[in-house]
Design a protein around this ligand. Structure first.
Ligand code: GLP
Length: 242
């Protein structure tokens, strides 16, 4: 695990975008793993700037989302498929038809999860996976107690995560879904390169447990210690407990 502490958001954006650009340079059809949440946004802005300047093209890439809320249709403003379109896809040359996320409104959710796993495998697996981390130590929506071998499945969101995410629902906790579909820890660990971004003091304990704690389902991000190629990008506040 390579832990990189960077002073400015601009540096985090540059190093994160460099990681993705390297994979795309090596294979223009690279499969990208995209994360929602606020942490990757600065990297998405940097990718959009590079595409705008003609330095990078994602036109031949495929992309898969980590997770989705159960019950939010694809066109809901807070569904992760809409969020990633608004935050990234609309600003780069990635083909929206080549960006996939699990459908949290499917009639048969277990079948949707199995089909999503098959789609990722069918694309040849993820080359570079962007990740944030929750204050509970979750990656994607793998909350504490998640099996470290888990695959895409339905999960119940913790009260803490629902409180954390209420800000995206105008502060209305009741509007935050109670369940989600999420890639499992095992799914995430299958990606060739993991790039995790954490910003701010609220993440310091989770970052400490991820990097320095024992590998434990109580802090799901600690499973990243088992992966051979992880880059952790931190601001000084997120790194303050290391
Ligand atoms: C959300 C997402 C995660 C994200 C995390 C942190 O609930 N499901 O993929 O990494 O929580 O979000 P943020 O980056 O906004 O702090």
């Amino acid at each position: 695990m390579e832990v990189v502490i960077l002073e400015s958001p601009e540096e985090i954006a540059r190093v994160g975008a460099d990681a993705i650009a390297q994979h795309v340079a090596a294979d223009p059809e690279a499969v990208l793993g995209l994360a929602t949440g606020s942490s990757p946004l600065l990297i998405y802005r940097e990718l959009a700037a590079r595409v705008g300047r003609g330095e990078l093209s994602l036109a031949r890439c495929r992309a898969f989302l980590l997770d989705e809320y159960v019950g939010l249709p694809a066109d809901h403003p807070q569904s992760y498929r809409t969020v990633i379109r608004r935050e990234l896809v609309d600003h780069v040359d990635l083909d929206p038809a080549r960006v996939s996320g699990p459908d949290g409104t499917a009639d048969d959710l277990p079948a949707e999860c199995a089909a999503y796993e098959a789609a990722i495998a069918g694309a040849g697996g993820v080359h570079v996976q962007l990740l944030g981390i929750g204050t509970t130590g979750h990656v994607a929506f793998n909350e504490p107690g998640s099996s470290l071998a888990s695959r895409t499945r339905i999960k119940t969101l913790t009260a803490q995560t629902r409180r954390d995410n209420a800000r995206f629902f105008d502060g209305d906790l009741d509007a935050v879904p109670t369940h989600c579909l999420t890639q499992g820890i095992g799914t995430i660990l299958d990606a060739r390169h993991l790039v995790l971004v954490a910003l701010g003091r609220a993440k310091a304990e989770a970052v400490h447990q991820m990097v320095e704690g024992p590998v434990s389902a109580l802090w799901p991000a600690s499973a990243l210690q088992l992966h051979p190629h992880v880059t952790v990008l931190l601001d000084p506040a997120a790194a303050s407990r290391l």
